[in-house]
Design a protein around this ligand. Structure first.
Ligand code: GLN
Length: 473
């Protein structure tokens, strides 16, 4: 049985050669052996075993995810379980309801094995902003796993579960997938319900999976996607994730600056260029497209996402949820001290930045401008996808970097997202595929494919073909 592939596990479960309990025990023992990676904030071990027993005893129809062992990023609510967004301000907070994704997973007989470490409130690119310590990249423990969904990435990378869920506001699934050598997929905005996801930037956030193959991704999407009355921003019809035939002669666009930009590690550039040449040789139509907004992507993303974050995080006030300062003498101090003591540095930076860009004197100059830019980007992307099937680029300019590599310079860290924020700004689907390894440091290099909004099913089908065809053996 191949533990990296759900269909292989499912076949063994259904023909009785293994049981849900032994599958769960396999992953629990991997978690135990690799505690030093700090991927999990909490393991639901007893509960997972109980659920596995219940599933083993189940007669009749089995759910689509029968026995699938899944980990949740610590910003996805699961009723009667702790959820902290890796923040001290929500330490010991227990969710009173389950997110729609969790409801749907449980309905199809999945087993939730624990909650994973991440950057505080999903803000970061290296998992160094968690209040509960760094997550280590399993391939090289001196290196970051990427962020913000670093724990979810490492949980799959180090075989601690079959699949995990993360959230992606500006790259938090794709960039760690690239750093850890996994498939990481951000669905089109509006395909997966955000109900029960602790909000960071509501017009950007999407939940999506980390996996080792497209088949598992597709099956999961089948279950978690689709309209939900609790999320008014969703597409109101369901799209099918059934596999269809792949067009092997496609039109693919690339933006020159994503390959020749100085920020690229040489190996990332070389492997990407070699891939583009192969694609051409295989009969795909490949063209460089003009794109004038590269330098504005990061500023627009950080103005808009911090504006939304400053508003979303105002609910953590020491009264409604979680941590309350014990040093407060009056009501004002309850708010200020609880927030001062409860939030970490990066979260405070962003609340201040977001509050500033929304303030009446600067609103037009920053927030209004960034909104206009978002519109231009969307028009530009729509134009690209009216002519081309896919847009291709490296997921990240670099491979996984070392801890503290970016020092105290938040802007250096923000540039790690230069290629991922575009799809969140425009609502389009994007996926990072583990195609290469750097010859310099042996770390994974992910390639990102983007496509038209809601063309997710064909993006996944093409990605499967792409991995078969172009993954370095
Ligand atoms: N790294 C980006 C940030 O810090 C993206 C985060 C995310 O997608 N949640 O905002």
């Amino acid at each position: 049985m191949d533990f990296s592939n759900y269909s292989s596990i499912q076949a063994s479960l259904l023909n009785g050669t293994t049981s849900c309990v032994s599958v769960v025990n396999h992953f629990l023992s991997n978690i135990e052996k690799q505690k030093h990676l700090n991927a999990f904030l909490e393991v639901f071990d007893q509960e997972a075993i109980e659920r596995a027993k219940m599933l083993d005893a189940k007669t009749g129809d089995k759910g689509k995810l029968y026995g699938m062992v899944i980990a949740l990023k610590d910003n996805i609510c699961y009723k009667n379980h702790k959820v902290s967004a890796s923040s001290k301000i929500l330490e010991n907070y227990i969710s009173i309801y389950s997110s729609t994704v969790v409801e749907r997973l449980l309905c199809e007989d999945a087993i939730i094995i624990g909650r994973t470490n991440c950057d505080e409130f999903a803000m970061g690119s290296s998992n160094e902003n968690s209040a509960y310590g760094n997550v280590l990249n399993a391939l090289d423990n001196k290196k970051v796993p990427g962020g913000s969904s670093g724990g979810s990435a490492v949980a799959v990378q180090a075989d601690m579960c079959i699949l995990s869920l993360g959230s992606d506001t500006g790259g938090s699934i794709r960039q760690p997938a690239s750093f850890c050598g996994l498939v990481g997929y951000k669905p089109s905005y509006g395909l997966v319900s955000r109900y029960g996801l602790i909000a960071y930037g509501s017009s950007f956030d999407q939940i999506g999976p980390f996996s080792k193959n497209i088949e598992d991704t597709r099956l999961l999407m089948h279950v978690i996607s689709g309209a939900d009355e609790h999320d008014a921003t969703m597409l109101q019809k369901n799209i099918s994730f059934d596999k269809t035939a792949v067009n092997t002669k496609t039109k693919i666009a690339y933006i020159k600056d994503t390959i020749y930009n100085d920020a690229l590690e040489p190996q990332v550039r070389e492997k990407t260029i070699a891939l583009l040449e192969k694609l051409k040789a295989d009969g795909h139509e490949l063209e460089a497209v003009g794109f004038d907004y590269m330098d504005y992507l990061i500023p627009a993303y950080y103005v808009l996402s911090t504006a939304e974050a400053s508003s979303n995080l105002s609910r953590f006030d020491g009264v409604h949820y979680g941590y309350r300062s014990t040093n407060a003498q009056n009501m004002d101090q309850v708010y200020t001290k609880s927030r001062t003591e409860g939030f970490g540095k990066e979260v405070k930076n962003r609340i201040m930045l977001g509050t500033f860009v929304l303030s009446s004197g600067y609103y037009d100059a920053y927030y209004g401008k960034a909104q206009k830019l978002r519109r231009l980007l969307t028009d530009n992307i729509n134009q690209i996808f009216s002519k081309y099937d896919y847009l291709i680029m490296p997921t990240s300019p670099t491979t996984a970097f070392e801890f503290d590599a970016k020092g105290d310079d938040p802007v250096a860290m923000y540039l790690a997202d230069i290629f991922t924020v575009l799809s969140n700004l425009t609502g389009t689907p994007a996926i990072s595929l583990p195609l290469f390894k750097s010859n310099e440091n042996n770390m994974p290099i992910g390639i990102q494919l983007m496509s038209k909004k809601y063309s997710d099913a064909s993006l996944l089908d093409f990605s499967e073909y792409f991995i078969e065809q172009y993954q370095e053996k």
